[in-house]
Design a protein around this ligand. Structure first.
Ligand SMILES: CCCCC/C=C/CC(=O)SCCNC(=O)CCNC(=O)[C@H](O)C(C)(C)COP(=O)(O)OP(=O)(O)OC[C@H]1O[C@@H](n2cnc3c(N)ncnc32)[C@H](O)[C@@H]1OP(=O)(O)O
Length: 345
């Protein structure tokens, strides 16, 4: 009775009764070929091909216990429309309750995401620009709160250049895997804007001294670390000052970082050669979904819970500042310059 394996075999055999040997052989072959087909690793969730609007500007798929939210406006460098903010929140709310273990954000086409769609500022309601700024600030605060409160591991698969809010939100992600063709740009200064996505807090905090001192110069991308040619001059500067300087260079002065530089600063977890990026990343993510889901969720919760209250306060402060920035002449003239460069106005 205690030899459970052989007992299971006996039970299965005796349940076949007087099944003819030939039929049993055929059934066995059918079973084995069905199992081998199922064991084929499914191809990574492929977003809709360029130009297709399958699922509209956002494609949400859920397979292999991974929910994937794909920016799908390649013709507009995956700029985020007002509707997409709403749809991403809905997708996150659904993902927080489904059987997925991980939630991934990625882009279709050559860009990861070119940030907020600057035409969002052009549809001014009859109540005027102040009302537009007020409703935008509410939408942005709710959007970022969704990421702060999301209960499962968040992964960014940064397939190409990332701009603005798609960069600042990365400080709220658990894993940021980047192709070596990705870049990270937060042009808030030139746009007359200020940081969002809690980046005014997460970026200085994340670009900490330990990462700078451990920068590996010249190592190959994808060897579990960063390939950075950036040499970091520490002469005469306290690391604390250098940390702020790096975050300020991005958020105040709009310096664009390469994937390797972003990895050296702690914004990116790992950089992969573009040629093997998708295969390596999705193979790794599928392996992560085999981990005990409740342990994964518990570990993430104990890591994230302590900082949530602070992040909500930072988000509120950033949205309040942006509500004023959006009404400023600096911002409106920058948006006019962008949209008129192609005769959009
Ligand atoms: C609810 C409100 C929330 C607000 C949250 C605040 C967020 C802050 C931010 O995200 S700030 C950052 C905003 N993004 C930008 O400033 C990027 C603007 N775009 C560019 O600078 C360039 O397009 C580029 C560098 C991304 C790519 O340049 P490139 O020359 O390669 O390509 P094009 O410029 O020809 O772009 C192709 C078409 O895509 C349109 N487009 C690209 N990005 C945006 C965008 N962010 N908003 C609107 N439209 C964008 C571009 O206009 C082209 O359209 P066209 O083919 O019709 O001309």
């Amino acid at each position: 009775m205690m030899d459970l394996v052989n007992k299971a075999k006996w039970d299965a055999w005796s349940a076949l009764g007087s099944l003819p040997k030939e039929t049993a052989r055929e059934n066995y072959v059918d079973l084995v070929s069905s199992l081998s087909a199922a064991s084929e690793p499914p191809s990574p969730a492929k977003p809709a091909a360029d130009g297709e609007q399958a699922g509209g500007d956002l494609v949400v798929t859920s397979e292999n216990h991974i929910t994937t939210i794909t920016f799908n406006r390649p013709a507009k460098k995956n700029a985020i429309t007002t509707q997409m903010y709403q749809d991403i929140m809905l997708a996150l709310q659904a993902a927080s309750k489904d059987d997925s273990v991980l939630t991934v954000l990625t882009g279709n086409g050559e860009y990861y995401c070119s940030g907020n769609d600057l035409t969002n500022f052009t549809d001014i309601p009859p109540e005027g620009p102040e009302e537009k700024a007020r409703t935008n600030a509410i939408l942005l605060r709710e959007f970022v709160d969704c990421f702060i409160d999301f209960p499962k591991p968040l992964v960014a698969v940064v397939n190409g250049p990332a701009v603005g809010i798609s960069v600042t939100l990365l400080g709220l992600f658990d894993l940021v895997y980047a192709s070596d063709r990705a870049t990270f740009h937060t042009p808030f200064g030139p746009l007359g804007l200020s940081p969002e996505g809690c980046s005014s807090y997460t970026f200085p905090k994340m670009m900490g001294p330990s990462k700078l001192s451990r920068t590996k110069v010249g190592s190959r991308a994808g060897e579990g670390g960063c390939q950075s040619q950036a040499t970091v001059s520490l002469q005469g500067r306290g690391l604390g000052q250098l940390v702020f300087l790096k975050a300020a260079e991005m958020l105040i002065f709009g310096r664009k970082l390469t994937a390797q530089e972003a990895c050296a600063q702690g914004l990116v977890t790992e950089v992969f050669p573009d040629s093997t990026f998708q295969k390596e990343v999705w193979t790794r993510l599928r392996a992560y979904t085999k981990l005990p889901p409740n342990a994964v969720r518990t570990s993430r919760e104990v890591m994230r819970s302590k900082g949530r209250e602070r992040l909500h306060a930072v988000n509120a402060e950033e949205c309040g500042a942006l509500q004023q920035r959006w009404l400023s002449e600096e911002c409106t003239s920058a948006v006019v310059r962008f949209l008129s460069r192609r005769g959009k106005l």
